[in-house]
Design a protein around this ligand. Structure first.
Ligand code: NDP
Length: 331
C-alpha cells in the first residue's frame, strides 16, 4: 500500500494520486430553499486539506435538522458562501493527511462532525459528497462493532445530547425528562443520561407507536404525548432536556434549582439554549460505551438511504417524524 509519508518513489506517488481524484460526486445547492434546490454535482471539486486536516473518503453521512434549516437560509448571516455541499455528520476512511496531523493516518476509519460550530462559518464542502476535509481534532476513531452507517448517525446528535446533559448539570442520582425521546438527539440523551451520567430516573415523550422504543432505550417512564400532557403530570425533574421546542412547558416540570436545556424554539427562564460544538475527544470518550453496547446508535428503519436518494431523505427528515437518525449510505 502506498503511504504518502514514507514513500517518495514515482510509482507510489502515482498510486496515491489515482486514489484521490480531482473531482467527485456531491450534493449541492446554489440558492436557499426547500429540498428541491439540492442537485447532484457529478464534478464537484475535491476539497483541499489544510495542515491540521485530513481528507476523508465518505462511506456514510447523516442528516440533521440543522442541514435543512441552513438550506432554507435561516443562518445566512453566518453561513459559508454558496454553493453549499451540506452535511455535518460523516463516517469514512482517511485517504490523505495534512502536514500537522499527528494521530491519524491513511486507512484509519473515523467519524465526526465536520464543522466545529455548525452555525458560525460552517464548511462550504460538507459530508454529502465522496470526500470531505476535516480537522483531525474533530474526528474520532470509528468505534469497534459499529458500522459506518451507524457511526455516521452519531456525531452531531450524541455530542448535542452529551453537551446538553453536561451543561444542565446532569449527574448520578438525578432525574431527567427528555422531550422528543425518539428523535436523533433524544434517543441518545435517554441512553447517555442512564448509562453515562447515572440518572436515577429517565422519563421521555413520544407518540403512541414509539412508546415501546423509549422503554427499550432505557426510559423508566414513557409519556405518550398524544394522550397526556407531561406538564399536567405531578412528577418534577432535576433536569429537563427539550429536543422539541417546548421550553414554555418544560419549565413547569423542573424542580426548584433544577435545569432546563432547550435545543430549539423560544427560551423561557430558567431554561437556556446552547449550540453544539464539535469535538473528537468527546467522541473518543464516548467510544467505550458504544463499543460495549451500553449506548446503541439508532438508525431510522426507513433508511439508510442510498446516495442517489438524498432529496427523499431530506424530505423524510423534514416531516419531523424520524425515529433516530436519517442516514445516507453507501456513498
Ligand atoms: P429529529 O428530526 O430526529 O426529531 C424527530 C423526532 O421528534 C420524532 O421521533 C418525533 O417523534 C419527535 N417529536 C416531534 N414532535 C414531538 C413532540 N411534540 N413531543 C415529543 N416528541 C416529538 O430531530 P433531532 O433530534 O435531530 O433534533 C431535535 C431538535 O433539536 C431540532 O429542532 C434540531 O434542529 C435541534 N437541535 C439543536 C441543536 C443545538 O445545538 N442547539 C443540536 C441538534 C439538534 P413522534 O413521531 O413520536 O412525534
Amino acid at each position: 500500500a502506498a503511504s504518502a509519508s514514507s514513500s517518495s518513489s514515482p510509482a507510489a506517488t502515482a498510486a496515491a494520486a489515482t486514489e484521490v481524484p480531482g473531482t467527485m460526486k456531491a450534493w449541492a445547492y446554489d440558492a436557499y430553499g426547500d429540498a428541491s434546490v439540492l442537485k447532484l454535482d457529478e464534478a464537484a471539486v475535491v476539497p483541499a486539506i489544510g495542515e491540521d486536516q485530513v481528507l476523508v473518503r465518505v462511506v456514510a453521512a447523516a442528516l440533521n435538522p440543522v442541514d435543512a434549516k441552513r438550506r432554507a437560509g435561516k443562518f445566512q448571516a453566518t453561513d459559508s458562501p454558496l454553493p453549499t455541499v451540506p452535511g455535518y455528520d460523516v463516517a469514512g476512511v482517511v485517504v490523505k493527511v495534512g502536514g500537522q496531523v499527528k494521530g491519524l493516518k491513511e486507512g484509519d476509519e473515523v467519524y465526526g462532525m465536520i464543522s466545529e460550530k455548525p452555525l458560525e462559518g460552517p464548511k462550504q464542502s460538507g459530508s454529502l459528497a465522496e470526500y470531505t476535509a476535516v480537522e483531525e481534532k474533530l474526528l474520532a476513531r470509528k468505534p469497534k462493532g459499529i458500522d459506518f452507517a451507524q457511526a455516521a448517525g452519531l456525531p452531531l446528535a450524541i455530542l448535542t445530547a452529551n453537551e446538553g446533559l453536561e451543561k444542565a448539570g446532569m449527574a448520578a442520582g438525578k432525574s431527567v425528562l427528555v422531550l422528543g425521546g425518539a428523535g436523533g438527539v433524544g434517543s441518545l440523551a435517554i441512553q447517555l443520561a442512564k448509562q453515562v451520567y447515572g440518572a436515577s430516573k429517565v422519563a421521555a415523550t413520544a407518540s403512541t407507536k414509539k412508546i415501546e422504543l423509549l422503554k427499550s432505550l432505557g426510559a423508566d417512564v414513557a409519556i405518550d404525548y398524544t394522550k397526556e400532557n407531561f406538564e399536567d403530570l405531578l412528577d418534577k425533574y432535576d433536569v429537563v432536556f427539550d429536543a422539541v421546542g417546548q421550553g414554555d412547558k418544560a419549565v413547569k416540570v423542573v424542580k426548584e434549582g433544577g435545569s432546563v436545556v432547550v435545543l430549539t424554539g423560544a427560551v423561557t427562564p430558567p431554561g437556556f439554549r446552547f449550540v453544539v460544538t464539535s469535538n473528537g475527544s468527546t467522541l473518543e470518550k464516548l467510544n467505550p460505551y458504544l463499543e460495549s453496547g451500553k449506548v446503541k446508535p439508532l438508525v431510522d428503519p426507513q433508511g439508510p438511504f442510498p446516495f442517489s436518494k438524498v432529496v427523499e431523505a431530506f424530505s423524510y427528515l423534514e416531516t419531523g417524524r424520524a425515529t433516530g437518525k436519517v442516514v445516507i449510505s453507501p456513498i
